[in-house]
Write a protein that binds this ligand. Structure first.
Ligand SMILES: Nc1ncnc2c1ncn2[C@@H]1O[C@H](COP(=O)(O)OP(=O)(O)O)[C@@H](O)[C@H]1O
Ligand SMILES: [Mg+2]
Length: 484
């Protein structure tokens, strides 16, 4: 391979037919006269386009079609010519420079076009020069040249992550692998499971119990997850009434009075709340408004009644000191109950974190736009992260994530997108250059993703996500599958 040219920060490398390099791989350009080596990443491939080549191809075709018989080619011009015609230009992005064995992002050096040597550099060699911080490895899968690639759990800790790509591309599989690996490392992971597919992580493919099965808890809002009003607290309750149930200000003030009255009398239950609203002296509009909300709360079944036990997240966590995967199953919950449940959970978790009653947690949220209210996006990204909720959003609709989310994201795992609008949005929103993203993401096969951000020290890496020994099958019920 040879350096062929440069435009902007795009380096062109000439590769002969035998030199196979694929999109996403890294190359090292060495120049005998300097101690610096340039690191470039291949993002696209085209045929070599030299003047006269097209004419030659056409002439060759015409000759083949018209003259049959032996060809006389004593100087083997033909094979040289076909080598040229099959040569490819690798379009590469300069990523940085390795000097004295250390990588740094810099583009201020241009290698010689005549003397430089171009070779492949493995991900291991590359990341050894980067010097990644951390020691808790999570095996992610295989790089383009078949080598194993791992990420460090420390680069997900405290971060905001996005996993996106079109349907069936392997997003949930990656999310399951990351979440179960974090649990194995002792972390506390909450999952908003919209398709009821995470519960199967307690089983291995061969039917045995998985290593995390004893640390898994499945909570179904309205069934195994109910709250008593004392635990919910006035702050979370007013937030739900105001944001999720749109209770007007005047009625909210009355509600707070009723709550405080019940609290003083030590009668804070759903039954007493209903009674108190009907007995309360207030105008009819206010009472109607309160009653409507009260009945919505009742029908969500999220609140304990007559002797039912309330969930306490601090107890769930304390019971599993070596880490836990807490799956909140939202699949069969009606939308309004979903929103209330999520709102309650998040505000309770923030409350517990604020008072240091639980350690920081990881949150995996599948298709979050289905249950997260508009104003929560910024909150999750800023305030909640500050308190210790580290979120990973998983979605096949990239435009459904709030606009600030991409800008704040530390890590993005991009699976295939072919839709131009989606590609445009993603390439604008993430830190890597648009050209690389558009060219590579469009060509990604299923199960492969491009990792961007802190996990890869800002050097985009294409990985085929590994299989998992856990039972990670996505749960899509099929009509024809019933027959066997
Ligand atoms: N890396 C992988 N290895 C093995 N199977 C995978 C891998 N990625 C995805 N799958 C399988 O492909 C199917 C679709 O993957 P899934 O993660 O559910 O897609 P998505 O969430 O993007 O719609 C699932 O049956 C899943 O088990
Ligand atoms: Mg999925």
């Amino acid at each position: 391979m040879r350096v062929f040219g440069k435009t902007g920060n795009e380096i062109l490398v000439l590769a002969l037919p035998g030199e196979v390099v694929s999109q996403g791989e890294y190359l090292l350009i060495e120049d005998g006269s300097s101690r610096s080596k340039m690191v470039v990443q291949v993002f696209n491939e085209t045929y070599l386009d030299v003047p006269g080549l097209a004419e030659e191809i056409v002439r060759d075709q015409v000759m083949q079609a018209s003259i049959r018989g032996a060809e006389h080619d004593p100087y083997e011009i033909k094979s040289v010519s076909s080598l040229i015609r099959d040569s490819r230009l690798l379009h590469c992005k300069a990523r940085g420079i390795i000097k004295n064995g250390k990588f740094r992002t810099s583009h201020d050096w241009l290698p010689s076009r005549v003397n430089s040597k171009v070779s492949k550099i493995s991900l291991k060699e590359l990341f050894d020069t980067v010097g990644r911080q951390g020691r808790r490895a999570i095996e992610l899968g295989k790089g383009k040249s078949g080598e194993d690639f791992e990420i460090l759990a420390e680069t997900i800790d405290g971060r905001l992550n996005i996993i996106t790509g079109k349907k069936e591309s392997g997003k949930s599989h990656l999310a399951k692998m990351l979440s179960s690996s974090l649990v194995e490392l002792g972390c506390f992971v909450f999952v908003f499971d919209i398709n009821d597919e995470y519960a199967s992580l307690d089983t291995k493919k061969n039917g045995e119990q998985s290593s995390i099965s004893s640390r898994m808890v499945r909570l179904v809002p309205g069934e195994s997850m109910k709250f008593d009003l004392e635990y919910v607290g006035l702050r979370s309750m007013t937030s739900i009434l105001q944001h999720t149930l749109d209770l007007p200000g005047a009625s909210l003030r009355e509600f707070i009075r009723i709550w405080e009255h019940l609290s003083k009398e030590d009668q804070l239950t759903m039954e007493e709340l209903g009674q108190a609203i009907s007995m309360w002296r207030a105008n009819d509009f206010v009472k109607d408004a309160l009653f409507a909300r009260y009945h919505t709360l009742l029908s969500s079944k999220l609140f304990t009644r007559g002797g039912e036990r309330s969930i306490r997240f601090e107890d769930v966590i304390a019971k599993s000191p070596k880490g836990a995967l807490i799956v909140i199953s939202l699949a069969h919950i009606p939308p309004h109950a979903r929103r209330i449940a999520v709102e309650l959970m998040l505000s309770k978790l923030v409350d517990l974190l604020e008072h240091r009653k639980i350690p920081p947690i990881f949150l995996f949220a599948e298709e979050a736009h289905l249950y997260l209210r508009e104003t929560h996006w910024d909150d999750i990204v800023t305030r909640m992260r500050h308190f210790g909720i580290f979120t990973t959003f998983i979605t096949n609709q990239p435009d459904a994530l709030g606009s600030g989310v991409y800008r704040q994201a530390d890590n993005v795992f991009l699976f295939n997108f072919t839709n131009d609008a989606d590609l445009e949005l993603i390439s604008k929103a993430t830190t890597a250059d648009a050209e690389t993203i558009k060219a590579i993401v469009r060509m990604l096969p299923p199960r492969s993703c491009m990792a961007l951000g802190k996990v890869v020290s800002d050097l985009p890496v294409v990985v085929e996500v590994r299989e998992s020994e856990l039972f990670t099958k996505g749960e899509t019920r099929l009509f024809f599958a019933r027959e066997n």
